[in-house]
Design a protein around this ligand. Structure first.
Ligand code: NAP
Length: 348
């Protein structure tokens, strides 16, 4: 089968570069177009973008000239890593013009008719698309992936949803790469913890309820569980750690929960989607794991690692989860979403 041409909106930014790297050599998708601001338009990619990742920009991007982020010559499928200040109008303009916009930006995540997709958890939320197209009069569509800390929390919780989650308290230790480039000044973060990330706690709380909610015709009925998040920026380069205390309506044993983590297997694995980790949630039995430096990059940064499952004296159980914030929390998540859509026949 021939590859599907794809473009990247916001290709010069931090997440845009992760898209380029993640898509290099992809078996289904071929990079054909790069879009960014008028500051970059008309320049060769290597001239427009300062490459922040290891090595050089892949040839698949280096050979391309950056275009303005306007519908016209872009391919039908677009990954978006646009600055949030401009993503609303630009993504909508492309969807209106018939493009499939698989977005990493926060702008449309909580729109009632837009899937906030995690293929292991809510592949059926793609059923919102016909309603979105009818309501907005679009030939195209917008699908989003969650915030980088929310995806770690929801992937850690997904195997446990069967036990009836009623309350969640989570604390994050978030890597500096989540703030983009140049991000937090080194004088602020080195040897320090910053106990505030703008709007992050609200995003984690509401996105978790939507992702783990139920498709109800024209909207998602949110998960009824209460979610309380504390978000912190720490001096880690890549990999968000979240600690989680959780209360259940049924009272599972430790063996029930361990078994649920260890046997969790979902749609991307059943369909062998190219970017799906073989085991999406991996329990680490060691007392001091998972750790961002040692574990975040395993399985191409696409798996979620959990550990330290133990009783919680306030709720029922507590554990730690870790995921790669710029891969599974950004570019890799969006590519997996597009692979799911391809497997549903929505892209060709
Ligand atoms: P970034 O490095 O600042 O990149 C922003 C991109 O948007 C650049 O390509 C920039 O192009 C483009 N842009 C800015 N203004 C534009 C305009 N008027 N028209 C067209 N393009 C414009 O940001 P980032 O860290 O990659 O984040 C991108 C998005 O992903 C944000 O919405 C962010 O919230 C979200 N996100 C980031 C992370 C992360 O880990 N960093 C994780 C999850 C989600 P120029 O180079 O031409 O200015």
């Amino acid at each position: 089968m021939s590859k599907i041409e794809v473009g990247i909106l916001g290709a010069t930014g931090m997440v845009g570069q992760h898209f380029i790297k993640f898509l290099d050599g992809h078996p289904l998708f071929e990079l054909a177009w790069l879009g960014a601001s008028e500051r970059s338009a008309g320049k060769r990619y290597t001239e427009a973008a300062k490459w922040h990742l290891g090595g050089n920009a892949p040839e698949s991007a280096a050979r391309l000239t950056v275009d303005e982020a306007k519908p016209g010559s872009a391919p039908k499928l677009l990954f978006s890593a646009m600055d949030a200040s401009v993503a609303t109008e630009i993504e909508q303009a492309f969807a209106k013009a018939g493009h499939v916009v698989v977005s990493n930006s926060r702008n449309h995540r909580m729109d009632k008719d837009v899937p906030l997709l995690v293929p292991e958890i809510n592949a059926d939320h793609l059923k919102l698309i016909p309603g979105q197209q009818a309501l907005r009069g679009w030939k195209g569509q917008i699908v989003t992936n969650p915030n980088c800390s929310t995806i770690v929390l929801t992937m850690g919780l997904a195997p446990l949803a069967q036990f009836g989650i009623t309350k969640i308290v989570t604390t994050t230790l978030q890597a500096v790469s989540g703030a983009g480039y140049p991000g937090v000044p080194s004088m602020d973060i080195l040897g320090n913890v910053i106990p505030y990330i703008g709007n992050e706690e609200e995003k984690m709380q509401e996105e978790t309820q939507k992702i783990m909610g139920t498709f109800a015709g024209d909207h998602i009925e949110p998960l009824a569980a209460k979610v309380s998040a504390h978000c912190n920026r720490v001096a880690v380069v890549d990999g968000h750690t979240v600690t989680v205390s959780v209360e259940f309506s049924s009272k599972p044993t430790e063996a029930d929960l361990r078994n649920a983590f260890e046997t969790f297997y979902a749609v991307p694995q059943q369909r062998s989607l190219p970017s799906a980790p073989k085991r999406p949630v991996q329990y680490m039995p060691e007392a001091d794991r998972p750790q961002p430096r040692k574990d975040a990059e395993r399985d191409r940064g696409m798996a979620t690692f959990v550990g330290r499952l133990r009783p919680c004296p306030v709720f029922d159980w507590k554990f730690v989860a870790l995921g790669h914030n710029t891969i599974r929390g950004a570019a890799g998540a969006a590519v997996l979403n597009a692979e799911l859509m391809e497997s549903e026949g929505l892209l060709r």
